[in-house]
Design a protein around this ligand. Structure first.
Ligand code: ADP
Ligand code: MG
Length: 272
């Protein structure tokens, strides 16, 4: 049994981020250390302004305690962080850990815009964090913000991925999570020969909350279990399609709730 630290926001209602990552990583056979980077009454998409608790005072105490208790994790997955201070605290802690795998979903924005509350200082703090990552999972917007390349919804993937690679260590891999090819949505990255590789599935109608969080948890979990990057991305793409299809089939009354996880969890439990 491996251990994984997952650090991202905990939204009490909405079924995304930490609430979604924990069951996924548990199904993938990890001991999960679930570290909320902030507490929210709901996620930020469609419920109005949530009640938020910033945990910047608590996090250093957590890290101090873990260090005293000699806790080490085999892998770590970092999602939504929320402030420059927290991002720096996490970066310092993680660089002192003997991690076999660090996956960072550099949550910064979508549709060409920074999420509210973020600025260029935050982007710079995220650049410092991803220097230490083995794998980063930006969407097209985040890739543009990190590299400083102008945003377009369908960028030159080769040039963007090469620019991202310069922000990472020599063994780091950048994966764009919402790349589009024909009618498919999926992941694009550079293979060993430096060419763009893509795995995707048909794009299903609608927009769903939590797809990126679940995708990141699946990818981090599979990589930590020893699956290759290509195999991890293939399975992640298939399983996310399953989850979105299940969500659609449920004809939910509340579209704000994160994607359905039942079919995806069953698929995880049958993988070998
Ligand atoms: P987020 O914006 O939450 O970070 P992304 O847009 O990067 O999420 O999507 C992550 C993954 O979720 C995609 O690579 C794809 O596998 C799946 N996905 C997202 N939206 C759809 C959709 N409409 N139809 C099918 N799969 C989807
Ligand atoms: Mg994302």
């Amino acid at each position: 049994m491996s251990s994984i630290l997952v650090a991202e926001d905990l939204s009490a209602v909405g079924g995304i981020s930490l609430s979604a990552a924990v069951p996924v990583l548990t199904a993938l056979q990890y001991d999960v250390a679930a570290l909320p980077t902030s507490l929210l009454s709901t996620h930020t998409s469609g419920y109005g302004r949530p009640a938020v608790v910033d945990l910047a005072d608590w996090l250093p105490r957590v890290f101090q305690h873990w260090t005293q208790a000699q806790l080490n994790f085999d892998a770590a997955l970092i999602g939504y962080v929320g402030s420059v201070e927290l991002c720096q605290q996490l970066t310092t802690y993680l660089t002192e850990q003997p991690l076999a795998l660090l996956v960072v979903d550099p949550v910064l924005g979508d549709l060409g815009e920074l999420y509210s509350g973020f600025d260029q200082h935050y982007v710079e703090a995220m650049r410092q964090l991803i220097r230490h990552a083995d794998v980063i999972l930006p969407n097209v917007t985040e890739a543009s913000l990190l590299t400083g390349r102008p945003y377009t919804s369908q960028p030159d993937l080769a040039a963007t991925l090469r620019a991202l690679a310069t922000l990472m260590g020599p063994k780091g891999h950048a994966v764009i999570t919402d790349a589009v090819q024909d009618d498919q949505i999926g992941c694009a990255w550079l293979d060993e020969t430096g060419q763009v590789a893509f795995v995707g599935q048909p794009r299903l109608p609608g927009h769903y909350n939590g797809t990126g969080d679940v995708l990141a948890a699946v990818i981090a979990g599979l990589l930590g279990r020893g699956f290759s990057l290509t195999r991890s991305l293939e399975l992640a793409s298939q399983w996310l399609n399953l989850a979105v299809a299940e969500t659609l089939a449920q004809h939910r009354s509340d579209p704000r709730q994160g994607i359905a996880l039942g079919a995806l969890l069953r698929a995880i439990l049958t993988v070998d």
